[in-house]
Design a protein around this ligand. Structure first.
Ligand code: ZN
Length: 138
């Protein structure tokens, strides 16, 4: 069995942002030389997510509206966590959007469904943050 590890770094211009990372994940898979196995992609921060869904801008606006309804960013004072920080909403948003995805690798490709794309979801951005890719297989 072979393994391969890679980090992807991000520095978003907005507090909340969605970035399609499917091509970067496929590139890491190609670099690994692994053709059959599993790939794990996880956010390395507790205020960001990795998830799989549709690359459709209306849906991303729906995510924003839905998450702001569940855990509005403001007022910051509504959260116990916001003593020294202002990112309680980002922790809550990450919790529901998920930490990681695992995708099957078949014949050297990500074995995704027809509309599945991999996203980095940022909820407390404007600083350098990263995603871990770990690939195992043969
Ligand atoms: Zn925090």
């Amino acid at each position: 069995m072979k393994s391969y590890r890679k980090e992807l770094w991000f520095h978003t211009t907005h507090r909340r942002e969605y970035i399609n990372i499917t091509a970067q994940v496929q590139k890491a898979l190609s670099e690994s030389g692994i053709s059959e196995g599993l790939i794990l992609v996880n956010a390395m921060h507790i205020t960001a997510s990795v998830f799989i869904n549709d690359d459709e801008s209306g849906l991303h606006e729906d995510f924003e509206k839905w998450l702001e309804g569940l855990a509005p960013e403001k007022p910051h004072s509504q959260y116990r966590h916001n003593g020294f920080e202002d990112n309680a909403d980002a922790h809550l948003k990450r919790q529901i959007m998920g930490r990681e995805v695992v995708v099957a690798i078949t014949a050297g490709k990500l074995d995704l469904g027809p509309w599945e794309q991999i996203f980095y979801g940022e909820y407390d951005g404007k600083r350098r943050k990263r995603v871990l890719i770990k690939i195992i297989g043969d």
